[in-house]
Write a protein that binds this ligand. Structure first.
Ligand code: HEM
Length: 510
């Protein structure tokens, strides 16, 4: 629906338009085919979808609806986009969102060609830094598999493990020889450091003040993803202003380093230099670095913390993983050398990190099965897709909760229990159904950062499990009686609910 008029009349017309759309929803309650139609005021359904997404989806699926749909109204004031016009033009975009569950839906969701990932997240999630929001052209970079492959080649260049292990060791030394750390602060900081190193250049990776500012800008953008900001993009809310300010600051900060590298007398093999050599513009280099840091930091950082918490809570797995890491060190490094431990670790070849840590691979896999229970999002940019006697039309949004499969007791026995053994030969519960494991994405959108993320987690665990002894403690320094769990309604941070736990540590080797 599109409305056009001038001055205050346009706002009256806009209000009438919104009311007409609302009324049409209050009156119509038919379900289309097998897709149940949620009735009521669209903004209220949308509100719960943005604020308590896991509970909202679960409530409707638990009440027996396999597929259901609701509508989101997005209101644009076009005069914001064409400021010189005397004519105020407002548009109401009504989006249909279809929530899916079950095996057939999962196959469709991950396999259909027309279902676009970027568009899905942009409207239904928000909080994604985009240079388009501050009118920087050419900065919208698609972090597709080819692009990521190009970047991940750097893993094999210049002994990247050496650089990353140096970085982590330097930060870990700040913790002191013994003490207590909050993993969500201190361990998370290690992932930030490695991702910045991987996405930008040496100068930024060494500037802790700028890294602090950088992460603050991401946090501000994340916090600006309020339903009002996403659904009323023209409204000059505090969140909208904060989003613009943080995106501009992010752009300026990263551009400073692109400029620095362009002017450098000798090119390096850092990511920014690689993109400069490839002929990319400043805007697209900033866009790429910004996107990789966004895609990489939170998932890797938070899951790294959850892996450590799970090991702390499950000592038998901690011992298995520590023994395996000690064997890796013994097999690939000179144990008689006087070099610091992290320097020795850099001698381990990348393929050994990837192939010789099967227990740790199981622990990471199980940790992610439990943490990655969020709703994945798509928009149909292709042909109409038949579903349950109805159609997912071009322009419709679809969502599928990973909890539907990761917490499914018909696939995973006692799904709430941490049990890495469920993936071992003979059990292989993740092979019971198509796309039964999607923590790294599945089908058309596998995570291109998986190899890098796994390496980051393994580097940190090697330094921490071999170089330190640690135990999980509560606020009183005792082994916790209850362990924290993931807040499934937290759309962005995989944060913990329940008792806060810490890691009490002692450094054993230098
Ligand atoms: C533990 C760490 C990580 C986890 C669990 C993870 C998980 C995922 C998942 C589940 C998806 C698919 C989302 C969907 O289907 O809607 C995805 C996509 C993606 N991930 Fe990761 N990821 C991690 C780390 C990284 C890192 C380090 C990078 C970059 C360096 C990265 C870059 C991306 C990109 C660019 C996509 C979108 C791919 C596309 O458009 O097809 N991820 N990731």
């Amino acid at each position: 629906m599109s409305l056009s008029s001038s001055g205050t009349i346009s706002f009256v017309a806009l209000a009438i338009g919104v009311l007409m759309v609302l009324a049409s929803h209050l009156l119509s309650s038919q379900s289309k085919g097998g897709i149940h139609n949620l009735t009521g005021i669209p903004i209220l359904a949308a509100w719960d979808f943005y604020t308590k997404r896991y509970d909202f989806l679960r409530k409707h699926f638990d009440s027996g609806k396999k597929y259901f749909q609701f509508h989101i109204l997005q209101v644009f004031n076009m005069s914001v986009f064409f400021p010189r016009t005397t004519q105020l033009t407002a548009s109401i975009l009504e989006h249909r969102v279809i929530a899916l569950s079950g095996e057939d839906a999962r196959k469709l969701f991950f396999s259909e060609q027309g279902l676009d990932l970027d568009d899905g997240y942009r409207l239904l999630q928000g909080g994604i830094p985009s240079l388009g929001d501050i009118d920087v052209k050419d900065g919208e970079v698609k972090l597709d598999t080819d692009f990521m492959k190009r970047l991940l080649l750097l893993l094999h260049k210049d002994r990247i493990s050496n650089v990353l292990l140096d970085d982590i060791n330097r930060k870990m030394k700040y913790w002191g020889k013994e003490g207590t750390i909050d993993p969500f602060q201190d361990v998370y900081g290690l992932a930030v450091q490695m991702t910045v190193r991987m996405a930008t250049c040496e100068e930024l990776a060494k500037n802790q003040e700028d890294i602090k500012h950088l992460m603050q800008h991401y946090q501000d953008i994340d916090e600006s993803a309020t339903p009002v900001n996403v659904l009323l993009p023209w409204f000059p809310s505090q969140a909208r202003k904060a989003q613009g300010k943080a995106t501009r600051a992010l752009f300026t900060l990263l551009q400073k380093y692109v400029d620095l590298r362009r002017k450098a007398a000798v090119p390096s093999s850092d990511p920014i230099d690689t993109l400069i050599a490839h002929g990319d513009t400043d805007e697209s280099i900033v866009g790429a670095s910004m996107g990789i840091i966004f895609a990489g930091v939170i998932n890797t950082g938070r899951n790294m913390c959850w892996v450590l918490l799970n090991l702390g809570a499950n000592p038998e797995w901690k011992v298995k993983v520590a023994n395996e890491l000690k064997a890796l060190v013994a097999n690939h490094t000179n144990t008689l050398s006087q070099e610091p431990f992290h320097k020795r670790l850099a001698a381990v070849p990348l393929n050994a990190w990837e192939e010789e840590l099967p227990m740790l691979d199981l622990v990471i896999r199980e940790t992610l099965r439990i943490t990655m229970c969020f709703a994945v999002l798509r928009r149909n940019l292709g042909r109409g897709i038949p579903l349950a006697g109805s159609t997912i039309n071009r322009g419709d949004f679809v969502t599928y909760s990973l909890a539907d499969v990761h917490m499914n007791p018909n696939i995973y026995t006692n799904p709430g229990k941490f049990d890495p053994g469920r993936f071992m030969k003979g059990k292989e519960e993740d092979k019971k159904a198509p796309f039964a494991y999607a923590a790294w994405g599945a089908g058309r959108h596998p995570c291109p950062g998986m190899r890098f993320a796994k390496l980051e987690i393994k580097f940190v665990l090697a330094l921490f499990l071999v170089g330190y002894e640690f135990e999980l403690v509560d606020g009183n320094g005792k082994f916790p009686r209850e362990f924290p769990t993931v807040d499934r309604n937290d759309l962005h941070q995989l944060s913990a609910v329940g008792e806060t736990c810490y890691l009490k540590f002692k450094r054993l080797i230098e």
